[in-house]
Design a binder for this molecule. Structure first.
Ligand code: MLT
Length: 412
């Protein structure tokens, strides 16, 4: 008899976005006349076409695959050298950040990497995770057996939850007690808050003092509009010795369907063995990648490289400006509806407080049924998300404007 991974039974709910998808499908089936009016601002999935520079690169790469002389089979598991070099140069070295080409690991998504990284981390780490948070950080630790059971409130043992509230600007300060692994996400999904340099400095100092590993998710860095805000944890001195960074082409280049991302693992980043020795994580991540992954397809890596060409960069800027324009429209719409709205300035998410006495899921149901708009209930991101909902700015401008028109019509 095969034994299964019992840790899966600790999970308190299905993954948030399929759950929302099920509810929206049920609503549309029960209300066929309302179904065509439904506007989806739930999952943060891009809606606009890929940049023309990417399309050209895809066509060229397909043509290369069509000729024996230029055909490519297996590539390097950690990414082609030309893409790793381009990323390290453009995203880091040109900004004065010391990252070597071989510290870049190209992958098929930050979500995957956030989960896969647990392969090289032990099960005994004391974890620090924000609340609310991108559910992947919590759920992957539960699946890997790195947490205890959930309590009544859905909080898992062995995780220290770091509350993100309006009072702390939705960015937690380091706790007094030492933690082994801490997840940080800036600009933040779901709250739309972005960490200041001082906030990240405090985390890096904490991490160096306690030998904490920071897992820094910067998937939304392209949305930073304030020039004072750091785009990378490695802008903070000392971060090379305490942080892994996750980056993605999903939200800047529109690659949610194409799939390409990268993870930065500095060569000298150390973690502790059972016998209290300190060893580098880089060779373990390389070993993991070469064993469990055959790399992102050549065609897609060529498409990712095209994002760094001068035309590609201009097209990325215009895509990001489009979604940020939507964020402004949606934020204003929420305010006209009398709701308190946060975020949406350095991030594509608007974090909205529900009216007094209305839970996140009640708000979800009302907004779906009466405005025919899909949002994400804040409680789906953690207990401190209760009393909030998230609006995604990934949409057409016409849809964003329509949502901003419908929200103020709701009578709470
Ligand atoms: C979200 O809506 O939170 C995003 O789509 C998550 C993701 O990028 O996986």
């Amino acid at each position: 008899m095969a034994h299964l991974n019992d840790n899966f039974f600790k999970l308190k709910a299905g993954y948030l976005f399929p759950e929302i998808g099920r509810r929206v499908k049920a609503f549309c089936e029960a209300n066929p006349t309302a179904a065509p009016r439904v506007i989806r601002c739930g999952i943060g999935d891009v809606t606009e076409a890929l940049p023309p520079a990417v399309i050209t690169a895809l066509h060229q790469a397909v043509d290369e695959m069509a000729a024996r002389a230029t055909f490519k089979g297996y590539g390097p598991e950690q990414g082609y050298d030309w893409l790793r070099q381009t990323i390290a140069e453009h995203d880091f070295r040109r900004r004065g950040i010391d990252i070597a080409d071989d510290e870049i690991f190209v992958s098929d998504g930050s979500k995957c990497d956030c989960g896969n990284i647990l392969d090289i981390l032990g099960a005994k780490n004391k974890l620090g995770i924000s609340d609310p948070v991108y559910p992947v950080y919590v759920d992957t630790n539960v699946m890997a057996g790195h947490t205890g059971e959930a309590n009544e409130a859905g909080r898992y043992g062995k995780i220290t939850y770091l509350p993100c509230t309006a009072a702390n600007g939705f960015m937690p300060a380091p706790p007094a007690k030492p933690l082994d692994v801490v997840y940080l996400c800036s600009p933040n999904n779901p709250t739309g808050a972005a960490a200041t340099r001082a906030q990240l400095e405090a985390w890096v100092q904490y991490a160096l003092a306690h030998k904490t590993l920071l897992l820094f998710d910067a998937a939304y860095e392209a949305y930073i509009t304030d020039p004072a805000l750091p785009h990378s944890i490695y802008e903070i001195p000392g971060a090379r010795d305490c942080a892994i960074e996750f980056r993605s082409f999903s939200k800047n280049g529109g690659f949610t369907g194409l799939r390409c991302a990268f993870t930065v693992v500095p060569q000298l980043l150390l973690a502790q063995t059972k016998s209290d020795e300190f060893k580098p994580l880089h060779p373990l991540w390389l070993r993991r990648s070469t064993t469990k992954f055959n790399g992102v397809s050549y065609i897609v890596q060529r498409a990712a490289a095209a994002l760094y060409s001068p035309e590609g960069q201009a097209q990325v800027r215009s895509l990001v400006a489009h979604y940020l324009g939507n964020a402004q429209v949606l934020r204003e719409g929420a305010k006209r509806a009398g709701l308190k709205a946060f975020g949406g300035v350095n991030a594509p998410y608007i974090w909205v407080r529900t009216p007094k006495g209305v839970t996140s899921w009640q708000a979800f149901d009302k907004i779906l049924q009466e405005a025919n708009v899909v949002i994400t209930p804040g409680s789906g991101f953690g207990s401190k998300g209760e009393g909030f909902f998230r609006i995604s700015a990934f949409n057409s401008r016409a849809n964003a404007e329509e949502v901003a028109r419908r929200l103020p019509e709701l009578k709470w």
